[in-house]
Design a protein around this ligand. Structure first.
Ligand code: IMP
Length: 427
């Protein structure tokens, strides 16, 4: 039975939501397993746009079980807002949404710490989404100041919150912030108890549920958030998110051993984008970058920030395809490149006078590389109606084939527009 993963191979925003939505029919359970409300998935169905952050895109099919697994950091207010929004649109959110009792909970102080820490980075901030993601994961690893969703149902919760707030007040005053004094422990505890009450029908031991499911041969779809180059351990540190957003994070976040995974889709945009700070070797801070931004509507789903745009980087994507154990590529937003007279692919970097094809481990080295480009002819035709690979113009086909060759993986999917129908399945 298929256990499929959808992993972004770049810096996030690879249009994974669309692929997940398309693959959902072939699966029983869709799982989010890392990240939090920093992610933004846009799903277009029958011309209507839906924006999701925490809830898996599988929610649009009532027969599919959606699971938010242990590795996700949860802002209860955000998830409740999403639930309400979906229900208002007539979409069922009931027992078909399960949330792990092990999820770590985001509190207002995490959001404030995110802001303060960004300020402390001086002129090189990470450019986080300011959703408190990093501080919540930091407290999880630090253990002493962490709260898990399951804790919010226990009798000791009020005392736990009070103790944590005491410690946070010290942190805030050390950082010169008045935020600590403004936090009212009783009020926060009561507010979060209220959230817990509303979330109660969804809270479950998802680790046990998912293990039972794989052992029973049920079909699971793992929906990665962000992209592999933002992986805390293997990405462009420190300009990364605080979870394992590459393929290696699936087991960590869900509790399902890697041996059950049967297929990994590596999702790439036909070009590169990045939102936030950090090196982007193929960035085009010029008219071409602007053209890609305009045609691809490259503005953040969560923060609305304009995304930095550039040519496809095969060095970076080959690295993350290997890291994530990718079997098959999904090339998204190919239509965005139509009308460019020529298109470029970065096939190697030059660093200190040497040509390299391995992805550097240090952000400073990545910042110093000069991309080595291969230039291919562009295509002028409108490709948004293509439903088979042989309907693509020769040059578009050649571009996709070259990416496949450089990454050493077959292309299984090509997306030529936002709608579900604008998808070519090549396998
Ligand atoms: P954080 O996850 O909010 O801590 O942000 C850390 C970095 O990851 C920043 O560069 C963000 O812009 C980036 N990031 C976080 N989530 C996403 C996402 O869903 N798409 C793209 N970039 C993201």
């Amino acid at each position: 039975m298929p256990v499929t993963c959808v992993i972004g191979l770049q810096w996030g925003d690879e249009a994974k939501g669309k692929l997940v939505d398309l693959l959902t029919d072939r699966h029983d359970i869709v799982v989010r397993y890392q990240g939090g409300a920093n992610a933004g998935h846009t799903v277009v169905r029958d011309g209507r746009k839906f924006k999701l952050s925490l809830i898996p895109s599988g929610i649009f099919r009532p027969e599919v079980q959606c699971v938010v697994a242990a590795g996700v950091v949860l802002n209860p207010a955000s998830v409740l807002g999403e639930i309400d929004g979906l229900r208002n649109l007539g979409i069922k959110v009931a027992e078909n949404l399960m949330i792990s009792d092990r999820c770590h909970v985001i509190f207002p102080w995490h959001v404030e710490e995110d802001r303060l820490l960004e300020q402390q980075c001086g002129d090189e901030p990470i450019g986080t989404t300011l959703r408190g993601i990093g501080p919540c994961y930091r407290d999880k690893v630090g253990r002493g100041l962490a709260v898990r969703l399951g804790d919010m149902f226990r009798p000791g919760f009020e005392a736990q919150v009070e103790r944590i707030i005491g410690a946070k007040r010290d942190v805030f005053s050390a950082l010169g912030s008045a935020a600590g004094a403004a936090i009212d422990a009783k009020q926060v505890a009561a507010q979060y108890r209220g959230y817990a009450e509303r979330l109660a029908p969804h809270v479950a031991d998802t680790t046990a549920y998912l293990l039972d499911a794989v052992e029973a041969g049920r079909r699971l779809l793992f929906e990665g958030a962000q992209g592999a180059l933002l992986d805390i351990d293997h990405g462009t540190f420190p300009f990364v998110t605080s979870s394992n957003s590459s393929g290696v994070g699936v087991s960590v976040g869900s509790g399902v051993p890697g041996r059950y995974i049967s297929k990994v889709f590596g999702v790439i945009k036909a070009y590169s984008t990045r939102v936030g700070g950090g090196p982007l070797p193929t960035e085009q801070d010029n008219a071409i970058g602007q053209q890609i931004r305009d045609r691809g509507n490259e503005y953040g789903t969560v923060t609305k920030r304009p995304r930095r745009c550039g040519w496809f980087d095969a060095v970076a994507a080959r690295y993350t395809a290997r890291l994530s154990g990718v079997d098959s590529l999904a090339v998204m937003l190919l239509d965005v490149l139509s009308e460019l007279p020529e298109v470029k692919i970065c096939t190697a970097y030059e660093l200190d006078g040497r040509k390299i094809t391995n992805f550097p481990g240090h952000a400073d080295d990545l910042r110093r590389v000069t991309p080595v480009y291969e230039t291919l002819p562009g295509w002028r035709d409108d490709i948004t109606g293509a439903v088979r690979l042989d309907q693509l113009p020769t040059n578009a086909r050649k571009y996709v084939d070259r990416i496949s060759e450089l990454l050493g993986r077959p292309v299984g999917v090509v997306s030529v527009g936002p709608d579900r129908r604008q998808t070519i399945f090549a396998e």
